[in-house]
Design a protein around this ligand. Structure first.
Ligand code: SAM
Length: 299
């Protein structure tokens, strides 16, 4: 199979481990289409009021979520923030702006005066919605990240975070999986998770987001999870099939490169090729967690 993932990366001190070129843009766009299907055409799960003033997508990638928010809500100013430039894949509506930079540098705690803000568009307590998706290979301090997200929210504003929980091969290290005899965690997930932990990343971040949100003072926190299949099998829900096929296609290349990029060795690269042999099913959870800042109309 031709290489799907090229080798251009951001040139900042940020921890983010994935590339940022044309092939990665194509991968992210395909992945977005698959996730849209998985979620039955509705990415945003928060019950937002009919009108909101400002929304932010942190780590927006190619910008599909920011773009659809801006298109669906023409009176909302939507910002997409990313380390790397957002490619011009779509016609940009006038209420959508992209900001290039590291959220760690740009987002300041509540109480920062406006003349100390690196970018006044990212003022504390100014957003009705802060969204992020799949920052698992970019965040090293999840509680700090979610504290920063909470600080960006206006009273009553919603945070909605979608992120993964990659299970460990050892059941006692899995925070969120009930025993399932058909589920198989391939040994390479051990290499991936060890490499992530060595870089202070959390392979189970998705399962921990709700706790971090509550600690950050958000209320009405609720979570649901979607199974992200590594390939397809009989009985897989129709809405997950496209994602399973896509993941099967990119899995070996993607995880092989991530593991190496995180500085680890893979003993058995061939292992990455194997799927649900012998009826074993490989999937991980994608968590969708919504929380609200106290105050505003919702009290
Ligand atoms: C896996 S991609 C997901 C993109 C998009 N959220 C999606 O789901 O299609 C993660 C994105 O987060 C961005 N990112 C990672 N660390 C970041 C940081 N510290 N500040 C801003 N953006 C960051 C990356 O550049 C990348 O575009």
């Amino acid at each position: 199979m031709a290489s799907l993932i090229e080798r251009t990366y951001h040139s900042t001190p940020a921890a983010y481990a994935l590339p940022n070129g044309v092939l990665e843009h194509r991968r992210l766009e395909t992945q977005h289409e698959c996730l849209l299907k998985l979620m039955n055409g509705r990415i945003i799960h928060a019950s937002l009021p009919p009108t909101i003033t400002r929304a932010l997508d942190i780590g927006c990638g190619t910008g599909p979520v920011a773009h659809s928010l801006a298109t669906a809500r023409p009176t909302t100013t939507v910002y997409g923030l990313d380390l790397s430039p957002v490619p011009p894949l779509r016609t940009q509506p006038p209420n959508l702006e992209f900001i290039q930079g590291d959220f760690k540098e740009l987002v300041r705690p509540d109480g920062t005066s406006s003349d100390q803000l690196p970018d006044p568009r990212l003022a504390p307590a100014s957003f009705d919605l802060v969204f992020s998706r799949l920052l698992i290979f970019g965040i090293t301090e999840w509680q700090r990240y979610i504290d920063a997200v909470a600080a960006l929210l206006a009273p009553g504003g919603h945070a909605e975070l979608h992120d993964a929980c990659h299970p460990d091969p050892l059941p006692d290290l899995q925070p969120d999986t009930a025993a399932d005899p058909t589920r198989y965690n391939p040994p390479w997930t051990r290499a991936l998770n060890a490499a992530m932990r060595a870089k202070a990343m959390d392979p189970a971040c998705g399962a921990n987001i709700a706790t971090y949100m509550r600690r950050a003072g958000l209320i009405d926190v609720h979570a649901r999870r979607y199974a992200w299949p590594h390939d397809v099998w009989e009985g897989l829900p129709a809405e997950a099939e496209m994602l399973g096929r896509y993941t099967e296609e990119v899995r070996a290349e993607f995880y092989g490169r991530v593991i190496r990029r995180l500085g680890a060795e893979l003993e058995e690269v061939g292992e990455l090729e194997s799927g649900n042999e012998g009826g074993k099913r490989v999937w991980f959870w994608l968590w969708v967690v919504v929380g609200r800042k106290p105050g505003g109309m919702g009290g």
